[in-house]
Design a protein around this ligand. Structure first.
Ligand code: MN
Length: 734
């Protein structure tokens, strides 16, 4: 086909699913690609533009993508291979199209040098994280599919390398995005070059079997169709051999002959309703003998990539097992086309393919709290777009760091010795500041020197990973003990002074043994050193000494009383350790002063919440959040209407308030540790923590925390929500 014929076919395909596409722009993209690539040829001698045309055709035919994606597909190699720039494309088409083309080029530049499984997973994640718009990865997968289809013209070395990448990176990505059909084709094409002999054996044997079992397939097909007709169920039935790579994998993994591989044949029944799916299942199990343990209900429990279907393996009269997959049309399209099909059903019911309707997918990537927060979105979020950044070492290994990580985090992830000897860092060949935020795909190089002075204390603030921070602290702990002791002592002394006690007094011969015992240190120097390197704060240690300090202060008072006449004694002694003022708890009750106030246990209000009061019988005023079900005006008893009164927060709040949080999370190791880290880093006191896990792998955690007000509470909630695995944090009421 000539490029013009290919273009006409493309336009026809798009028209069939999206008559309102922007054909003028698509045509312009085609013309532009023609002139940009006019001097280039493919390996087989055809004009280069046939490649972008074929990629656009795949996206239109298989995924029904929108105009912008088609334009970007037509232009996808222009920025990489020709003199065209991002600005050119943005000006002539749109900034979005330019971003898509640029995104695809960026992925093309990522080099694959490693073969370890863990590295592969990181590479896959890196590609996804780099594709800020999911359409970038869809175009890249289509690009790879066309390159694989035309791989025969490449050198054997290139064939092997590209096939390996496809098998390890692109086929799993297609799978994760739910695009089954493309995944199979990518796998089969890769296998062809990775193991040509195995590939030939299997395809030849399958061809033979196909001929041999032609009659068998036809019979089963007829039997199922007839029974469904009798039952009055409208269905489409199709049968096929399983695809070569899936059989290959079973043969090699289980060391079996083709004849021993269980599943060679699969039938698919597509019906109108979920209800019919289960009806068909009943009919199939009635017709053929089901094989125990092979029934799977992915309708009730969809796979993480949104795949839904009923699977069962049954045995016909002649003892040949075959699989039957039963699903609705919608499930079928999702199974074949994945994320693109899902969008279609979500957005427009019948998938009219309007422009701009990629909102859903975009939201998925940009705003991770999208309204369609179903389970699979959650798994996409956790798997692909977690708060991570992926960068390369000079050797081409991928290192996985928390988002916002700096060269310091990178250096300490490589090895603490690398971090401790770092004198400079390069990103993509250029020296950067230590607070540079690493970007996906960056090549990072750490320059070390044996005469390095070691980390600076600022690094603890710059580093984003707790791993790097703790390694830096380690260093200070070890290397700078003398300095730490001096700094720690000064800090401790200052903190004591604030309480009105001198260091000398606290650590005199009489007090010292009790103090050390209370603090759990062997000697004062150890304690100062710990404060000095940041292992513990002096505030915390002074807090532990509350009782001792009180006692010393009482001694002071006693001594003073002994000499000062009673009438001259100052009325208010500055309290050394502030005591909680009981009083009104920071609550102003309208029209009443000095009344007893308590906070309801059901909704645990904190300053900043809208609140109402209820005059109890004999226990003062109980304060509820306005949104507490127990304070709901609709539920108030008319007899007690007069007991509800207005209350508000006092201007100045000096106390902390206890409130309850409920956390739902995917259960995992260290979840509680991460939560307590957030609490301690926000200086939030926890008075109780209750966690239990459910049989389906979730953790329900209930926390009682003391906060100064709504701002602190919001920060705590937000920070807990950011912890990996946490699904939501709520404040229970009622
Ligand atoms: Mn390409």
């Amino acid at each position: 086909m000539t490029p013009n014929e290919m273009y006409d076919r493309l336009e026809q395909t798009i028209r069939s699913y999206n008559p309102s596409a922007n054909f003028a722009q698509i045509r312009a993209a085609f013309d532009y690609a023609c002139s940009a690539h006019k001097d280039q040829r493919r390996k087989d001698g055809s004009p280069y533009v046939t490649h972008p045309l074929a990629v656009a055709q795949i996206l239109a035919e298989e995924l029904h993508l929108d105009s912008e994606s088609i334009e970007a597909a037509l232009l996808h190699d222009t920025i990489e291979d020709t003199a065209v720039t991002h600005e050119d494309v943005a000006r002539l088409f749109s900034p979005t199209v330019a971003d898509l083309v640029e995104g695809v080029s960026k992925l093309t530049r990522v080099k694959f040098t490693t073969k370890e499984e863990e590295q592969m997973e990181n590479l896959r994640k890196m590609l996804l994280a780099m594709s800020k718009d999911i359409r970038v990865i869809l175009i890249k997968i289509a690009d790879r599919l066309h390159n694989m289809r035309t791989m025969e013209y490449q050198t054997p070395a290139k064939q092997k390398q590209k096939s390996f990448e496809t098998m390890e990176i692109y086929a799993p990505l297609a799978h994760r995005l739910g695009m089954q059909k493309m995944k199979w084709e990518l796998e089969d094409l890769s296998l062809k070059y990775l193991d040509p002999i195995g590939w030939r054996e299997i395809t030849e044997a399958l061809d033979e079997k196909a001929a041999e079992y032609d009659g068998f397939m036809a019979t089963i097909h007829r039997q199922i169709t007839e029974r469904l007709n009798e039952a009055g169920i409208k269905a489409r039935v199709s049968g096929r051999m399983k695809h070569p790579y899936s059989i290959y994998r079973k043969m090699y993994a289980q060391n079996k002959d083709l004849d021993d591989v269980f599943d060679l044949f699969a039938f698919r029944v597509i019906v109108d309703t979920v209800f019919d799916c289960y009806n068909v299942l009943g009919i199939v199990h009635d017709l053929y003998k089901p094989i125990l343990g092979r029934f799977k209900d992915y309708i009730g429990t969809p796979k993480p990539n949104m795949y839904q279907s009923l699977h069962t393996t049954v045995m016909g009269d002649n003892a040949i097992p075959f699989e039957v997959q039963i699903r609705t049309q919608e499930m079928h399209e999702i199974a074949e086309y994945g994320i693109a099909a899902h969008w279609k059903y979500k957005q427009n019911g019948q998938g009219s393919g309007d422009e701009g309707s990629y909102e859903w997918v975009r939201r998925l990537l940009e705003n991770q709290e999208g309204a369609d927060a179903e389970d699979f979105i959650h798994s996409l979020k956790v798997d692909m777009f977690a708060d991570e950044v992926f960068v390369f070492t000079p050797q081409g290994d991928v290192i996985n760091l928390p988002a916002g990580a700096t060269p310091i985090d990178f250096a300490y992830t490589i090895h603490s010795a690398v971090g401790n000897h770092m004198v400079a860092a390069k990103v993509n060949g250029r020296i950067v500041q230590y607070d540079y935020r690493l970007q996906n795909g960056d090549f990072v190089e750490v320059i070390t020197s044996q005469s390095a002075h070691g980390p600076s204390r600022d690094w603890i603030k710059i580093a984003r990973s707790s791993n790097a921070r703790s390694k830096i602290r380690q260093w200070f702990k070890r290397e700078k003990r003398d300095e730490n002791i001096v700094n720690g002592r000064a800090s401790f002394e200052a903190e004591l002074k604030r309480c009105g006690v001198s260091l000398k007094e606290l650590t005199n011969e009489e007090n010292l043994p009790a103090v050390l015992k209370r603090l759990a240190y062997n000697n004062l120097d150890d304690m100062y050193a710990a404060i000095g390197y940041g292992g513990v704060t002096s505030l915390k240690l002074v807090g532990r000494l509350r009782e001792e300090i009180q006692r010393i202060i009482q001694q002071h008072q006693a001594e003073r009383q002994a000499v000062v006449p009673v009438k001259d004694q100052p009325e208010i002694m500055r309290p050394a350790v502030p005591k909680r003022s009981k009083g009104e708890h920071g609550i102003v009750v309208e029209g009443l002063s000095n009344c007893l106030v308590k906070f309801s246990k059901c909704c645990t209000p904190v300053p900043g919440d809208d609140i109402v009061g209820f005059i109890t019988r004999g226990y003062g005023v109980s304060v509820h959040r306005s949104d507490c079900p127990n304070a709901d005006p609709a539920r108030r008893s008319p007899l007690e209407a007069g007991r509800w009164i207005k209350v508000s927060w006092a201007d100045k709040i000096t106390e902390t308030y206890r409130t309850t949080l409920q956390v739902v999370a995917k259960d995992r190791i260290n979840l509680i540790v991460d939560i307590s880290t957030v609490l301690s880093s926000t200086k939030t006191h926890v008075s109780s923590l209750n966690a239990r896990s459910t049989p389906d792998g979730f953790a329900l955690i209930s926390l009682d925390v003391d906060v100064a007000g709504g701002d602190q509470l919001q920060t705590v909630i937000r920070r807990i929500e950011q912890i990996s695995g946490v699904m939501h944090v709520t404040r229970p009421a009622g």
